[in-house]
Ligand binder design. Structure first.
Ligand SMILES: [Mg+2]
Length: 365
């Protein structure tokens, strides 16, 4: 048996929107939406807590957000600025431990079992991290402290904003009992509905299901759920995690057969992939589109580009091409996915910027 680990998950509160509110006092206390402008086909990247009161959330089309809150202030995403703040935050993390695994610009796991400041209490370290983030960036973060990644991550989202939640081995079962089923790792909207139909609303209900049932219904994900609901998650905090691919797929609420109805979804997926690539300073060379049909059979089509990219317009452009290549002709589709593979670091691929410019020129003509 290994000793109990001490894991912290730190997540900045409404990161992009909070940075904009910090830099422009006129935006304080107002519904601020960072992402696509309302007259575009873009989506919300992050919105302020004031905007969330209107039911606005990230990945929602900006046009819908505008309808929900007509007086919201829309701001274009300024990745350069957020990346600079992200660097400051990551430096703070690294002053406590080298075991930092960033998940996004504003989010990371830290393993502080052994740490550089000689503090035994992970809770105390989390407090110091939050304090330093505020002192150096004037921004708030929420932290979750626990003995594995799963619990630390759920805990950081538990009392947002500016929260600190600690889940010890002693209080873990009580904490897990109350986790909504949709907050478990790997449970998306469709899986959540399936669970709700089975009468499983939270961790307490989930723990009643046998491992066999979970694996039968949800395959490998079911095994993970069986472990997580018992407070087990052995995944290491890996500072050198190298991604081989990065993608996003979505099961449709209803099957669709019209390619014109699929395109906005492909666009949203492309945007999500682009944002995550940029957040992790990655670029990809190969674009893959996956289609799963009503009978659960699936097909993928891929295209290798001449150059690396993480630009959303470029990814969408090729994903759209690939979708047309399927010749779907009224076939009923239940899932769509966009993935980039052959990833490289954006820093070592400075050609990236030039490529995007060329592409934008092409589009003008
Ligand atoms: Mg965040």
């Amino acid at each position: 048996m290994q000793a109990t680990r001490k894991i912290i998950h730190v997540d900045m509160d409404a990161f992009f929107a909070a940075v904009e509110q910090r830099d422009d006092p006129k935006l304080k206390g107002k519904p601020v939406i960072v992402g696509g402008l309302p007259n575009s086909r873009g989506v919300v990247a992050t919105c302020s807590y004031e905007a969330r009161k209107y039911g606005i959330h990230s990945a929602m089309p900006s046009s819908i957000a505008k309808r929900k809150c007509p007086h919201a202030i829309f701001i274009k995403t300024n990745m350069e600025k957020y990346r600079a703040v992200s660097k400051q935050i990551m430096q703070i993390f690294l002053s406590f431990t080298d075991l930092v695994e960033p998940l996004a610009l504003d989010e990371a796991y830290l393993d502080v079992t052994e740490n550089k400041v000689g503090i035994n209490s992970a809770t105390l370290i989390a407090k110091q991290i939050k304090k330093r983030i505020f002192a150096e960036t004037k921004l708030t973060a929420s932290a979750g402290v626990s003995y594995n990644k799963f619990l630390a991550k759920v805990a950081s989202g538990y009392q947002k904003p500016n929260g600190l939640t600690v889940v010890t081995p002693e209080n873990a079962d009580a904490f897990i009992d109350n986790i909504p089923i949709g907050d478990f790792f790997g449970v998306g909207k469709v899986t959540e509905e399936k669970f709700l139909q089975l009468g499983v609303k939270n961790g307490k209900d989930l723990r009643q299901l046998s491992e066999e049932t979970l694996i039968r219904e949800f395959q490998e994900r079911g095994r993970t759920l069986y472990q997580n609901v018992r407070g087990v998650d052995e995944r290491r905090v890996n500072p050198n995690r190298k991604r081989k691919s990065l993608g996003k797929e979505t099961t449709l609420r209803e099957n669709i057969s019209n390619i014109h109805d699929m395109l906005p979804i492909i666009e949203r997926l492309s945007e999500n992939v682009s944002e995550r690539l940029q957040a992790q300073q990655l670029v990809g060379k190969c674009i893959v589109v996956k289609v799963k049909f009503a009978d659960f059979s699936q097909r993928t089509r891929r295209m290798t580009l001449d150059n690396y990219t993480n630009d959303k317009t470029t990814i969408f452009h090729y994903a759209e091409k690939l979708l047309h290549e399927f010749n779907l002709e009224d076939q009923s589709v239940r899932l769509l996915g966009v993935t980039t593979t052959e990833l490289a670091s954006a820093q070592t691929s400075r050609r990236k910027k030039a490529n995007i410019k060329v592409y934008e020129q092409l589009k003008l003509f």
